[in-house]
Design a protein around this ligand. Structure first.
Ligand SMILES: NC(=O)c1ccc[n+]([C@@H]2O[C@H](COP(=O)([O-])OP(=O)(O)OC[C@H]3O[C@@H](n4cnc5c(N)ncnc54)[C@H](OP(=O)(O)O)[C@@H]3O)[C@@H](O)[C@H]2O)c1
Length: 322
Protein backbone atom coordinates (compact mmCIF):
# COMPACT_ATOMS: atom_id res chain seq x y z
CA UNK A 1 0.00 0.00 0.00
CA UNK A 2 1.00 3.63 -0.47
CA UNK A 3 1.99 5.48 2.71
CA UNK A 4 3.99 8.50 3.82
CA UNK A 5 6.30 7.80 6.73
CA UNK A 6 9.67 8.47 8.34
CA UNK A 7 12.75 6.28 8.84
CA UNK A 8 14.34 8.69 11.35
CA UNK A 9 13.27 11.64 13.49
CA UNK A 10 13.77 15.06 11.92
CA UNK A 11 12.25 17.91 9.92
CA UNK A 12 9.25 17.83 7.56
CA UNK A 13 11.54 16.59 4.75
CA UNK A 14 11.87 13.24 6.58
CA UNK A 15 8.26 12.51 5.55
CA UNK A 16 8.72 10.35 2.46
CA UNK A 17 6.41 8.30 0.23
CA UNK A 18 6.87 4.57 0.80
CA UNK A 19 5.32 1.27 -0.27
CA UNK A 20 4.49 -0.94 2.73
CA UNK A 21 2.70 -4.29 3.07
CA UNK A 22 -1.05 -3.91 3.62
CA UNK A 23 -1.69 -4.62 7.34
CA UNK A 24 -4.02 -7.46 8.36
CA UNK A 25 -6.65 -7.18 11.09
CA UNK A 26 -6.16 -9.47 14.10
CA UNK A 27 -8.80 -10.52 16.63
CA UNK A 28 -10.98 -7.55 17.58
CA UNK A 29 -9.50 -5.30 14.89
CA UNK A 30 -10.72 -3.63 11.71
CA UNK A 31 -8.86 -3.04 8.49
CA UNK A 32 -9.94 0.43 7.33
CA UNK A 33 -9.48 1.93 3.88
CA UNK A 34 -8.43 5.44 4.86
CA UNK A 35 -10.28 8.10 2.85
CA UNK A 36 -8.98 11.10 4.80
CA UNK A 37 -6.56 11.74 7.69
CA UNK A 38 -6.20 15.08 9.46
CA UNK A 39 -2.82 16.38 10.65
CA UNK A 40 -2.32 17.43 14.28
CA UNK A 41 0.54 19.01 16.27
CA UNK A 42 1.22 15.59 17.81
CA UNK A 43 2.15 14.33 14.31
CA UNK A 44 5.08 16.74 14.03
CA UNK A 45 6.01 16.32 17.70
CA UNK A 46 6.39 12.56 17.07
CA UNK A 47 8.18 13.22 13.78
CA UNK A 48 10.71 15.37 15.68
CA UNK A 49 11.17 12.68 18.38
CA UNK A 50 9.72 14.89 21.13
CA UNK A 51 7.36 12.36 22.72
CA UNK A 52 8.61 10.21 25.62
CA UNK A 53 7.54 6.98 23.89
CA UNK A 54 9.33 4.26 21.93
CA UNK A 55 8.61 4.17 18.19
CA UNK A 56 9.78 1.74 15.51
CA UNK A 57 10.78 2.74 11.97
CA UNK A 58 9.47 2.98 9.36
CA UNK A 59 6.99 5.04 11.34
CA UNK A 60 3.71 6.36 10.00
CA UNK A 61 2.02 9.20 11.88
CA UNK A 62 -1.59 10.43 11.47
CA UNK A 63 -4.18 10.18 14.27
CA UNK A 64 -7.50 11.33 12.79
CA UNK A 65 -9.22 8.97 10.37
CA UNK A 66 -12.38 8.78 8.31
CA UNK A 67 -12.70 5.78 6.06
CA UNK A 68 -14.52 2.57 5.17
CA UNK A 69 -14.18 -0.85 6.81
CA UNK A 70 -12.45 -3.19 4.36
CA UNK A 71 -12.26 -6.32 6.52
CA UNK A 72 -12.92 -7.34 10.12
CA UNK A 73 -10.88 -9.57 12.44
CA UNK A 74 -12.23 -12.50 14.45
CA UNK A 75 -14.73 -11.57 17.15
CA UNK A 76 -15.75 -8.19 15.69
CA UNK A 77 -19.54 -7.96 15.93
CA UNK A 78 -20.18 -4.21 15.63
CA UNK A 79 -18.92 -3.55 12.09
CA UNK A 80 -19.08 -5.16 8.65
CA UNK A 81 -17.10 -4.39 5.49
CA UNK A 82 -18.52 -1.31 3.81
CA UNK A 83 -19.31 0.60 7.06
CA UNK A 84 -18.12 4.20 7.03
CA UNK A 85 -16.25 4.93 10.30
CA UNK A 86 -14.27 7.66 12.04
CA UNK A 87 -11.79 7.49 14.94
CA UNK A 88 -8.43 8.60 16.36
CA UNK A 89 -5.69 5.92 16.17
CA UNK A 90 -3.65 5.20 19.31
CA UNK A 91 -0.25 6.98 19.34
CA UNK A 92 1.49 3.73 20.33
CA UNK A 93 0.65 2.08 16.98
CA UNK A 94 1.09 3.02 13.33
CA UNK A 95 -0.80 6.14 12.27
CA UNK A 96 -2.82 6.62 9.12
CA UNK A 97 -0.91 8.62 6.48
CA UNK A 98 -1.58 5.51 4.39
CA UNK A 99 -4.11 3.78 2.17
CA UNK A 100 -5.01 1.23 4.87
CA UNK A 101 -4.96 1.25 8.67
CA UNK A 102 -5.59 -1.43 11.28
CA UNK A 103 -7.37 -0.39 14.50
CA UNK A 104 -9.01 -1.95 17.57
CA UNK A 105 -12.75 -1.89 16.91
CA UNK A 106 -13.44 -0.61 20.45
CA UNK A 107 -12.17 2.93 19.70
CA UNK A 108 -14.07 3.25 16.40
CA UNK A 109 -17.58 4.44 15.65
CA UNK A 110 -19.78 5.17 12.64
CA UNK A 111 -18.93 8.27 10.61
CA UNK A 112 -21.54 11.01 11.21
CA UNK A 113 -24.16 11.12 8.43
CA UNK A 114 -24.01 14.10 6.13
CA UNK A 115 -20.28 14.75 6.54
CA UNK A 116 -17.69 14.09 3.85
CA UNK A 117 -14.72 11.93 4.84
CA UNK A 118 -12.55 15.06 4.85
CA UNK A 119 -14.92 16.81 7.26
CA UNK A 120 -15.28 13.72 9.48
CA UNK A 121 -11.50 13.22 9.67
CA UNK A 122 -11.10 16.76 11.01
CA UNK A 123 -13.04 16.00 14.21
CA UNK A 124 -11.98 12.97 16.34
CA UNK A 125 -8.73 14.04 18.03
CA UNK A 126 -9.60 17.70 18.63
CA UNK A 127 -13.30 17.04 19.24
CA UNK A 128 -12.67 14.34 21.85
CA UNK A 129 -10.00 16.48 23.52
CA UNK A 130 -12.29 19.50 23.78
CA UNK A 131 -15.31 17.47 24.95
CA UNK A 132 -13.41 15.56 27.62
CA UNK A 133 -11.49 18.60 28.85
CA UNK A 134 -14.60 20.76 29.20
CA UNK A 135 -17.25 18.31 30.33
CA UNK A 136 -15.47 15.26 31.81
CA UNK A 137 -12.57 17.04 33.54
CA UNK A 138 -13.81 20.59 34.25
CA UNK A 139 -17.45 19.52 34.66
CA UNK A 140 -18.56 22.58 32.65
CA UNK A 141 -22.30 23.37 32.98
CA UNK A 142 -24.64 25.75 31.17
CA UNK A 143 -24.55 29.26 32.62
CA UNK A 144 -20.85 29.13 33.53
CA UNK A 145 -18.09 31.22 31.99
CA UNK A 146 -15.19 29.60 30.13
CA UNK A 147 -11.99 31.00 28.64
CA UNK A 148 -10.43 29.07 25.74
CA UNK A 149 -6.79 29.85 24.94
CA UNK A 150 -5.60 29.16 21.40
CA UNK A 151 -9.22 29.34 20.34
CA UNK A 152 -8.53 29.52 16.60
CA UNK A 153 -6.64 26.21 16.55
CA UNK A 154 -8.01 22.72 16.03
CA UNK A 155 -8.93 22.06 19.67
CA UNK A 156 -10.02 25.65 20.29
CA UNK A 157 -12.50 25.68 17.40
CA UNK A 158 -14.20 22.56 18.81
CA UNK A 159 -14.11 23.89 22.38
CA UNK A 160 -15.70 27.24 21.47
CA UNK A 161 -18.57 25.53 19.68
CA UNK A 162 -19.13 22.94 22.43
CA UNK A 163 -19.05 25.53 25.21
CA UNK A 164 -21.49 27.79 23.31
CA UNK A 165 -23.80 24.82 22.59
CA UNK A 166 -23.84 23.93 26.30
CA UNK A 167 -25.11 27.41 27.19
CA UNK A 168 -21.91 28.94 28.58
CA UNK A 169 -20.51 32.42 28.12
CA UNK A 170 -17.43 31.91 26.00
CA UNK A 171 -14.18 33.94 26.21
CA UNK A 172 -11.48 33.27 23.65
CA UNK A 173 -7.89 34.38 23.04
CA UNK A 174 -6.59 34.68 19.47
CA UNK A 175 -4.63 36.90 17.11
CA UNK A 176 -6.65 39.80 15.55
CA UNK A 177 -6.97 38.06 12.15
CA UNK A 178 -9.08 35.34 13.80
CA UNK A 179 -11.64 37.45 15.66
CA UNK A 180 -14.46 37.40 13.06
CA UNK A 181 -13.94 33.68 12.62
CA UNK A 182 -14.26 33.04 16.38
CA UNK A 183 -17.37 35.18 16.60
CA UNK A 184 -18.93 32.99 13.90
CA UNK A 185 -18.02 29.90 15.94
CA UNK A 186 -19.88 31.30 18.97
CA UNK A 187 -17.33 33.16 21.10
CA UNK A 188 -18.87 36.01 23.14
CA UNK A 189 -15.75 37.89 24.25
CA UNK A 190 -12.62 37.73 22.09
CA UNK A 191 -9.27 38.88 23.47
CA UNK A 192 -6.32 39.78 21.25
CA UNK A 193 -3.58 38.13 23.30
CA UNK A 194 -0.86 39.93 21.33
CA UNK A 195 -1.91 43.45 22.29
CA UNK A 196 -3.85 42.84 25.54
CA UNK A 197 -3.10 41.12 28.79
CA UNK A 198 -5.69 38.34 28.94
CA UNK A 199 -5.91 38.40 32.75
CA UNK A 200 -6.83 42.09 32.76
CA UNK A 201 -9.23 41.63 29.84
CA UNK A 202 -11.04 38.80 31.66
CA UNK A 203 -11.19 40.78 34.90
CA UNK A 204 -12.67 43.79 33.06
CA UNK A 205 -15.22 41.70 31.16
CA UNK A 206 -16.32 39.75 34.27
CA UNK A 207 -16.34 42.81 36.59
CA UNK A 208 -13.45 41.38 38.56
CA UNK A 209 -14.93 37.93 39.16
CA UNK A 210 -12.92 35.85 36.67
CA UNK A 211 -14.08 32.80 34.69
CA UNK A 212 -15.22 29.44 36.04
CA UNK A 213 -13.12 27.35 33.65
CA UNK A 214 -10.00 27.90 31.53
CA UNK A 215 -9.08 25.49 28.75
CA UNK A 216 -5.37 26.04 28.11
CA UNK A 217 -4.09 24.74 24.77
CA UNK A 218 -0.98 26.96 24.89
CA UNK A 219 0.93 26.13 28.12
CA UNK A 220 3.91 27.80 29.79
CA UNK A 221 3.28 31.26 31.15
CA UNK A 222 -0.26 31.23 29.71
CA UNK A 223 -1.02 28.19 31.89
CA UNK A 224 0.48 29.73 35.02
CA UNK A 225 -1.26 33.09 34.58
CA UNK A 226 -4.62 31.45 33.89
CA UNK A 227 -5.15 30.87 37.64
CA UNK A 228 -5.19 34.65 38.12
CA UNK A 229 -8.02 34.87 35.57
CA UNK A 230 -10.16 32.34 37.49
CA UNK A 231 -13.20 32.90 39.65
CA UNK A 232 -13.00 31.40 43.17
CA UNK A 233 -13.08 27.55 43.02
CA UNK A 234 -12.43 27.79 39.29
CA UNK A 235 -10.70 25.16 37.24
CA UNK A 236 -7.90 25.14 34.64
CA UNK A 237 -7.55 22.23 32.23
CA UNK A 238 -4.15 22.05 30.50
CA UNK A 239 -3.57 19.89 27.44
CA UNK A 240 -0.11 20.83 26.10
CA UNK A 241 2.57 18.91 28.08
CA UNK A 242 5.44 19.78 25.73
CA UNK A 243 4.87 23.51 26.35
CA UNK A 244 5.24 23.44 30.14
CA UNK A 245 8.93 24.40 30.22
CA UNK A 246 9.71 27.50 32.26
CA UNK A 247 6.72 27.26 34.61
CA UNK A 248 7.94 27.53 38.20
CA UNK A 249 5.87 26.20 41.09
CA UNK A 250 6.11 29.72 42.54
CA UNK A 251 4.24 31.05 39.50
CA UNK A 252 1.33 28.81 40.46
CA UNK A 253 0.87 30.42 43.91
CA UNK A 254 -2.23 32.46 42.79
CA UNK A 255 -4.03 29.11 42.39
CA UNK A 256 -4.14 28.75 46.21
CA UNK A 257 -5.91 32.08 46.64
CA UNK A 258 -8.64 30.91 44.27
CA UNK A 259 -8.93 27.44 45.82
CA UNK A 260 -8.43 26.43 42.22
CA UNK A 261 -8.49 23.03 40.58
CA UNK A 262 -6.06 21.98 37.84
CA UNK A 263 -6.42 19.07 35.45
CA UNK A 264 -3.72 17.76 33.13
CA UNK A 265 -5.62 16.09 30.36
CA UNK A 266 -4.52 13.55 27.79
CA UNK A 267 -7.31 12.72 25.35
CA UNK A 268 -8.86 9.29 25.88
CA UNK A 269 -9.89 7.39 22.77
CA UNK A 270 -13.49 6.63 23.64
CA UNK A 271 -16.35 5.53 21.41
CA UNK A 272 -18.95 7.23 23.64
CA UNK A 273 -17.26 10.63 23.19
CA UNK A 274 -17.12 10.12 19.42
CA UNK A 275 -20.83 9.18 19.40
CA UNK A 276 -21.77 12.35 21.32
CA UNK A 277 -19.81 14.43 18.81
CA UNK A 278 -21.45 12.58 15.90
CA UNK A 279 -24.92 13.45 17.22
CA UNK A 280 -24.04 17.15 17.45
CA UNK A 281 -22.44 17.12 13.97
CA UNK A 282 -25.48 15.42 12.43
CA UNK A 283 -27.88 17.91 14.05
CA UNK A 284 -25.85 20.93 12.99
CA UNK A 285 -24.85 21.99 16.53
CA UNK A 286 -21.16 21.43 15.75
CA UNK A 287 -19.36 22.20 12.49
CA UNK A 288 -16.13 20.64 11.29
CA UNK A 289 -13.49 23.31 10.62
CA UNK A 290 -11.28 22.42 7.66
CA UNK A 291 -8.64 25.01 6.75
CA UNK A 292 -7.17 23.16 3.77
CA UNK A 293 -7.15 19.81 1.99
CA UNK A 294 -3.97 18.29 0.56
CA UNK A 295 -3.13 14.99 -1.15
CA UNK A 296 -1.20 12.41 0.92
CA UNK A 297 2.03 13.13 -0.97
CA UNK A 298 2.01 16.68 0.41
CA UNK A 299 2.03 15.66 4.09
CA UNK A 300 5.25 17.65 4.66
CA UNK A 301 3.42 20.82 3.61
CA UNK A 302 0.68 20.06 6.16
CA UNK A 303 3.37 19.79 8.87
CA UNK A 304 5.02 23.06 7.84
CA UNK A 305 1.65 24.80 8.05
CA UNK A 306 0.94 23.34 11.51
CA UNK A 307 4.39 24.14 12.82
CA UNK A 308 3.79 27.86 12.33
CA UNK A 309 1.61 27.50 15.46
CA UNK A 310 -1.04 29.72 13.84
CA UNK A 311 -3.37 27.30 12.11
CA UNK A 312 -7.10 27.93 11.81
CA UNK A 313 -8.97 24.64 12.14
CA UNK A 314 -7.60 21.52 10.47
CA UNK A 315 -5.36 20.57 7.56
CA UNK A 316 -6.68 17.29 6.12
CA UNK A 317 -4.91 14.82 3.85
CA UNK A 318 -7.34 13.39 1.31
CA UNK A 319 -6.31 9.87 0.33
CA UNK A 320 -9.39 8.76 -1.63
CA UNK A 321 -10.82 11.63 -3.66
CA UNK A 322 -14.44 12.02 -2.51
N1 LIG B 1 -3.46 16.55 25.73
C1 LIG B 1 -4.04 16.13 24.63
O1 LIG B 1 -4.65 15.05 24.58
C2 LIG B 1 -4.01 17.01 23.39
C3 LIG B 1 -4.93 16.80 22.36
C4 LIG B 1 -4.88 17.68 21.26
C5 LIG B 1 -3.93 18.68 21.20
N2 LIG B 1 -3.04 18.80 22.21
C6 LIG B 1 -2.02 19.88 22.17
O2 LIG B 1 -2.70 21.13 22.32
C7 LIG B 1 -2.03 22.14 21.59
C8 LIG B 1 -3.00 22.83 20.64
O3 LIG B 1 -3.45 21.90 19.67
P1 LIG B 1 -4.25 22.39 18.38
O4 LIG B 1 -4.51 21.20 17.54
O5 LIG B 1 -5.42 23.23 18.78
O6 LIG B 1 -3.13 23.33 17.70
P2 LIG B 1 -3.21 24.28 16.41
O7 LIG B 1 -4.37 23.89 15.57
O8 LIG B 1 -1.85 24.29 15.84
O9 LIG B 1 -3.56 25.72 17.01
C9 LIG B 1 -2.68 26.48 17.72
C10 LIG B 1 -3.40 27.83 17.99
O10 LIG B 1 -2.74 28.44 19.10
C11 LIG B 1 -2.92 29.84 18.95
N3 LIG B 1 -1.89 30.49 19.77
C12 LIG B 1 -0.55 30.42 19.66
N4 LIG B 1 0.03 31.10 20.69
C13 LIG B 1 -0.97 31.59 21.46
C14 LIG B 1 -1.05 32.37 22.66
N5 LIG B 1 0.06 32.79 23.31
N6 LIG B 1 -2.27 32.67 23.17
C15 LIG B 1 -3.40 32.28 22.56
N7 LIG B 1 -3.40 31.53 21.41
C16 LIG B 1 -2.21 31.20 20.88
C17 LIG B 1 -2.85 30.13 17.47
O11 LIG B 1 -3.80 31.15 17.21
P3 LIG B 1 -3.43 32.57 16.57
O12 LIG B 1 -3.10 32.28 15.11
O13 LIG B 1 -4.69 33.32 16.77
O14 LIG B 1 -2.23 33.10 17.31
C18 LIG B 1 -3.34 28.79 16.84
O15 LIG B 1 -4.62 28.93 16.31
C19 LIG B 1 -0.85 21.45 20.89
O16 LIG B 1 0.29 21.58 21.70
C20 LIG B 1 -1.30 19.98 20.85
O17 LIG B 1 -0.23 19.06 20.75
C21 LIG B 1 -3.04 18.00 23.30
Amino acid sequence: MKAVGITQFGGPETLQPMALPQPEPREGQLLVKVHACAANPVDYKIRKGLLPMKFEFPLIVGYDVSGVVEAVGEGVADFVPGDAVYYSPELAFQGAYAEYHVVDAGIVTFKPDGLTHVEAASVPLCGMTAWQALFDRAGLRGGETVLVHGAAGGVGAMAIQLAAWSGCEVYATAGPENHDYLEDLGADVIIDYRSHDFVEAVRDATKGRGVDVVLDTVGGEVFARSFTALAPQGCVVAIAPEAMGGVSLEALAPAFFKNAEAHFHLMQRRRDTLDQLARLLERGFLDPVVESVLPLERAAEAHRRLETGHGRGKVVLEIVKG
